[in-house]
Design a protein around this ligand. Structure first.
Ligand SMILES: NC(=O)c1ccc[n+]([C@@H]2O[C@H](COP(=O)([O-])OP(=O)(O)OC[C@H]3O[C@@H](n4cnc5c(N)ncnc54)[C@H](OP(=O)(O)O)[C@@H]3O)[C@@H](O)[C@H]2O)c1
Length: 277
């Protein structure tokens, strides 16, 4: 039996997916854009397009997503889907983002449509903003200034734990009873960033607060952190959607697919407290 290919296997969601698949006895081929250091790895670069055909040829099914930093997700995903079709993969599961289906011309929606119309069996997961952002992307402000610095006002987000995303994807890859469907993945509660700050303060043992910043200050911070200008603008647009309330919606997809409720923010904070202590 060929393995399941997991693109970007060292990533936040994908690394947990690899762990879950292996725990269920599944053979996994781990995609990396770097030189492989282990026999279970395969070099595959979605941006350059190198290694994709060979990696897909070795797999029976695949999980794929566009790595962060790129705004034309269609250009990265469509060739992968075409190779998967050519090699007759059993199924491809795509990680997109909640709201991607709002605009049929958006590159991420075009990537979704390319998969949906490929003739392959497919699933798309559209997660809301990850809880994990608070110990990755937004960590610097928390660590250096005790502040969550974001331009999102008092809007709420039904943040989802990346471990729940991986659990849903594992089910979708291993079963076929929900094929050809998309799932918007959220947590079970919507919190604003003042509430998030309280929960992080409780586990950090010090006071962390939320500061609503102007988009221009956010842009400066993203550029200073080295993000490409086009991706910084993309993030500002989707943070604007957050501020407008589009990230508040709660779905039951995690429970429906995995059979258990989503991980709550307080649990995420407890499990990752070392990052803020
Ligand atoms: N963060 C959020 O709140 C959020 C919300 C909704 C949707 N999403 C979506 O989630 C995805 C990101 O997921 P994540 O945070 O789990 O990923 P991640 O942790 O950023 O990991 C991405 C992985 O991709 C690999 N990679 C980098 N460049 C690559 C390339 N050119 N070709 C192939 N692989 C490459 C890297 O591994 P190597 O270095 O080994 O190659 C890296 O570990 C994005 O598509 C984003 O739109 C994120």
């Amino acid at each position: 039996m060929k393995p399941i290919l997991v693109v970007g296997a060292s990533g936040t969601v994908a690394s947990e997916l690899v762990r879950l698949l292996r725990a269920r006895g599944q053979n996994v081929l781990s995609g990396t854009s770097r030189a492989p250091t282990r026999p279970d790895q395969v070099q595959l670069d979605l941006v350059r397009g190198t290694g994709v055909a060979d990696a897909v040829a070795r797999a029976e099914a695949a999980f794929v997503f566009a790595p962060p930093g790129h705004v034309d997700q269609h250009a990265l995903i469509a060739p992968f889907v075409d190779h998967a079709k050519r090699h007759g993969l059993r199924k491809v599961v795509l990680m997109s983002a909640m709201g991607a289906d709002a605009d049929p011309n958006a590159p991420l929606r075009r990537a979704e449509l390319h998969l949906e119309q490929s003739g392959l069996r497919w699933n798309t997961v559209r997660p809301n903003w990850f809880m994990q952002n608070f110990h990755t992307f937004w960590l610097a402000g928390i660590r250096d200034q005790n502040k969550i610095l974001l331009p999102v006002g008092k809007a709420k987000g039904s943040f989802v734990d990346a471990r729940d995303i991986a659990a849903v994807v594992a089910e979708l890859l291993l079963r076929n009873d929900r094929d050809d469907r998309a799932f918007d993945l959220t947590g079970s509660e919507a919190l604003d960033h003042d509430q998030v700050a309280v929960l992080l303060s409780q586990v950090a043992g010090r006071t962390i607060t939320y500061q609503d910043i102007p988009p221009a200050a956010m842009r400066d911070g993203l550029l200073a952190a080295g993000l490409p200008a086009a991706y910084a603008e993309f993030l500002l647009v989707i943070l604007g959607f957050f501020k407008a309330g589009y990230s508040e919606r709660i779905t039951d997809a995690v429970q429906a697919v995995t059979g258990r409720p989503p991980i709550r923010f307080a649990q995420y904070a407890q499990d990752h407290r070392a990052h803020w202590q």
